[in-house]
Design a protein around this ligand. Structure first.
Ligand SMILES: Cc1cc2nc3c(=O)[nH]c(=O)nc-3n(C[C@H](O)[C@H](O)[C@H](O)COP(=O)(O)O)c2cc1C
Ligand code: SF4
Ligand code: SF4
Length: 269
């Protein structure tokens, strides 16, 4: 194996992007970051290239992506790159990832790219139309093919901001991201809930338990990834009154079973 593609995904976009990349890179394997976190033991990187694919959260990176770096031994890596996947603006996600990588793994980020995929944050907006979704996914795939060529040639991209500015952005991101677990207090479940338990199974951090009455209850470690809200088959999960009637989004070709599988290292291939 020459490349390991790590991914984290709430609603399938980053998983689909990671798969496209693996399909285009010879001798590449795919490893779910949520699986490493669930296993809660060190992961030894076996390849000399590592690529991280993740969604942009709050103009930065998901808290989970930063945390899991503590478990990855990257001493073998000669080339570490990142692909930040966002709906409209990646902000300083790549800079923040570079800082986290440096401080947690003592590695520099060799290159980084931003790709655009459909937005999934229903508390703020509804889904794009199916035609727009397909157009965006096609454009993202085309861009990933170019990126795969750049990864193969080991291109170096210096995108970093002046250190002081990057640190300020990191502080702003940390404040914003630390507020996300409190957002779970706003989740509520409607009477249409069938008690199927799918929301609990898709949650990448096991933040949902089913009550004796068969209703989901949220704990206190939410990443706000939107998997529970987007994959509920009857749209019974709402965020206060904001999401009622808004069209849900999940990647059209990533079923719930594949989001569930990312919690296990069996998902690595
Ligand atoms: C908590 C949260 C915060 C987000 N923040 C941003 C953002 O700052 N900028 C942006 O363009 N998209 C943002 N998004 C949208 C996602 O980055 C985007 O839809 C991504 O493709 C989702 O990938 P996934 O399906 O792999 O989870 C946010 C989504 C979530 C759930
Ligand atoms: S996925 Fe939806 S229907 Fe199933 S238990 Fe969760 S809220 Fe209820
Ligand atoms: S509770 Fe829902 S939004 Fe929060 S991490 Fe789990 S699946 Fe994602």
């Amino acid at each position: 194996m020459s490349v390991t593609v790590f991914y984290f995904s709430g609603t399938g976009n980053s998983l689909a992007a990671a798969r496209t990349l693996v399909g285009k890179l010879p001798e590449a394997c795919i490893v779910p970051l949520a699986g490493i976190l669930s296993a809660d033991k060190p992961y030894l990187l076996q390849t000399d290239k590592a690529i991280f694919v993740f969604p942009v959260y709050c103009a930065g990176i998901p808290a989970l992506v930063a945390r899991v770096l503590d478990l990855i031994d990257m001493s073998k890596a000669k080339y570490v790159a990142a692909i930040a996947n966002c709906a409209s603006s990646a902000g300083t996600a790549l800079d923040i990832f570079a800082l986290e990588l440096q401080s947690r793994c003592n590695k520099s980020l060799s290159a980084g790219w931003v790709i655009y995929m459909p937005g999934n944050y229903t508390p703020l907006y509804g889904s794009e139309s199916p035609a727009t979704i397909e157009r965006m996914l096609k454009e993202a795939d085309n861009r990933l093919l170019e990126i795969a060529c750049e990864i193969q040639s080991g291109v170096a991209i210096d995108f970093s901001l002046p250190f002081a500015l990057a640190c300020m952005n990191r502080v702003a991101w940390k404040i914003c991201i630390s507020g996300l677990p409190y957002m779970q207090k706003r989740f509520r479940v409607e009477s249409t809930c069938t008690g199927c338990g799918l929301c609990a199974r898709v949650c990448p951090v096991n933040n949902i338990v089913m009550s004796a009455a068969g209703r989901p209850q949220w704990l206190k470690k939410c990443e706000q990834c939107m998997a529970c809200l987007q994959y509920c088959p009857v749209e019974a999960i709402q965020c206060l009154w904001w999401t009622k009637g808004r069209i849900r989004y999940r990647h059209p070709r990533i079923p719930a079973s594949e989001i569930i599988a990312q919690k296990s290292m069996d998902g690595a291939a």
